[in-house]
Design a protein around this ligand. Structure first.
Ligand code: FES
Ligand SMILES: [Fe+2]
Length: 447
């Protein structure tokens, strides 16, 4: 620790002293040369509450994937911010998204993560709802001090006004005025498209159980980090060293292509990043060696993908392709990742490894092994990252320093006609995407 850091008024070591305030004005400082975010944006409980109202209740939020609810009666529970929701498949195969809260006295209706049934029964007093959320029965309605003859029974669970599905990704919104989903996704759609087009039939399936974990830190650390190429060689140094020692022999189809740390750095620093409108951040590092895919172990499969989509797209698909889709969805490797804010300092992360429908089983299995190696409970990468998120939160708890610096690459990012900024691989462009949208939504609601 430097002398400078220890010097001065001892009050700098105290906890942050600002009064909680939902006023987000001035928490993001932007100029042509600077991009700074105030610590309070990660720590203030009033800001967290405002995020639930101004972001999670106002925009599209990913709630489930179609492959989780393929049949009539299937359901998956999820969250939009702090609000629990149920995503179900009705008798007519329609997808319904409704608030997972009994309209009687508010109990969470469905406590399972997923399942199949014909109705939802409230565990408290036994009210019954259909797969579409309609109230079907009120137990003992007229008995022993029951409801009056003319009691107006509610229709059922609160249904979300907007539900849309992009290639199996189901999003819902509490905001009836939210723009159409495809428009909202913008350039982030290219990542979904390319990931799914790796399947000969253009579909993915969630077949494995998810990895679920929590970390002691703000939800935005995960949203920022999944598209942060700058951290990899440092946070995951142990993994880089292992890779340097064992090279490709651990096998994961080049996902963590390495050999020496130097060659790993070269591969990882070769791509581009995106700061897209609506808060989505992307990383694209095309593979420079599609020939090896076209002639390798899964040649038939890759030749089929090549014939369908062409060489440039195959290079993109087989390279690194990552998205942080604002506010709660990530696509990386062969996984869909969802993060759920619980408090300013607590976040749940759910990692769903997926399979490419129609791809060779051995390829899907290899990708799953690769997931386990880096992201699984005994893996390298996720453990490194969540440790850093907790350190971030710890670092932000004191009051000595107010601002975080997010201007890496700002001078070299270039804006296109759609308003997206393209940066070099370790530019903090994808992180700035989040903060530009955060600022817009947080201050629009205040105005
Ligand atoms: S709270 Fe659900 S039936 Fe009473
Ligand atoms: Fe990481």
């Amino acid at each position: 620790m430097s002398q400078h850091a220890c010097a001065g008024n001892s009050k700098v070591w105290f906890a942050r002293t600002e009064q909680p305030s939902a006023n987000a004005e001035g928490l993001v400082l932007r100029s042509p040369k600077k991009f700074r975010v105030h610590t309070r944006a990660y720590t203030d409980p009033a800001i967290f509450q405002a995020e639930m109202e101004r972001i999670f209740a106002k925009t599209w939020v990913f709630v489930a994937h179609e492959s989780q609810i393929p049949k009539v009666g299937d359901f998956q529970t999820s969250y939009i911010g702090l609000q629990p929701v149920i995503v179900s498949r009705g008798q007519d195969m329609q997808i319904h998204v409704m608030v997972n809260r009994c309209v009687h006295r508010g109990a969470v209706l469905c406590r399972e993560a997923h399942g199949n049934g014909t109705e939802f029964n409230c565990p408290y007093h036994g009210w019954v709802y259909g797969l579409d959320g309609k109230l079907l029965a009120m137990s003992e309605r007229r008995e022993a001090g029951g409801y009056a003859e003319d009691f107006e029974a509610p229709e059922g669970l609160h249904r979300l006004p907007r539900v849309e599905n992009y290639r199996g990704f189901i999003f819902a919104s509490f905001n009836a005025e939210v723009p159409p989903l495809q428009q909202y996704l913008g350039r982030a759609r290219t990542v979904i498209d390319r990931k799914l087009d790796m399947s000969p039939v253009g579909e993915i399936e969630f077949v494995s159980r998810p990895y679920v974990g929590r970390y002691q830190g703000n939800w935005k650390f995960q949203a920022e980090n999944i598209v942060d190429e700058y951290h990899f060689m440092h946070t995951h140094k142990g993994f880089v060293q292992l890779q340097a020692k064992y090279g490709q022999t651990t096998g994961d189809f080049d996902v963590h292509k390495g050999g020496s740390a130097k060659s790993m750095r070269k591969v990882r620093f070769a791509g581009v990043t995106w700061d897209c409108v609506n808060g989505h951040g992307l990383v694209e590092t095309p593979s420079g060696e599609i020939e090896s895919y076209l002639t390798g172990e899964f040649a038939d499969y890759f030749q089929g993908v090549h014939a369908q989509h062409g060489g440039e797209t195959l290079a993109s698909m087989t390279g690194k392709l990552t998205a942080s889709i604002f506010p709660n969805l990530g696509l990386i490797h062969n996984q869909v990742r969802v993060w759920r804010p619980i408090s300013p300092e607590l976040t749940e992360v759910i990692i769903y490894p997926y399979e490419l429908k129609g791809a060779p089983p051995a390829y899907n299995e290899g990708m799953l092994r690769s997931q386990e190696r880096f992201y699984g409970p005994a893996g390298h990468g996720q453990a490194d990252d969540v440790e850093i998120f907790a350190r971030n939160q710890q670092g932000l708890a004191g009051s000595a320093v107010d601002w975080l610096i997010l201007e890496r690459g700002l001078d070299t990012d270039a804006q296109n006609d759609h308003g997206d900024y393209k940066g070099l691989t370790t530019s903090e462009a994808p992180q700035r995407a989040l903060w530009r949208e955060w600022e817009r939504l947080m201050s629009a609601a205040q105005a």
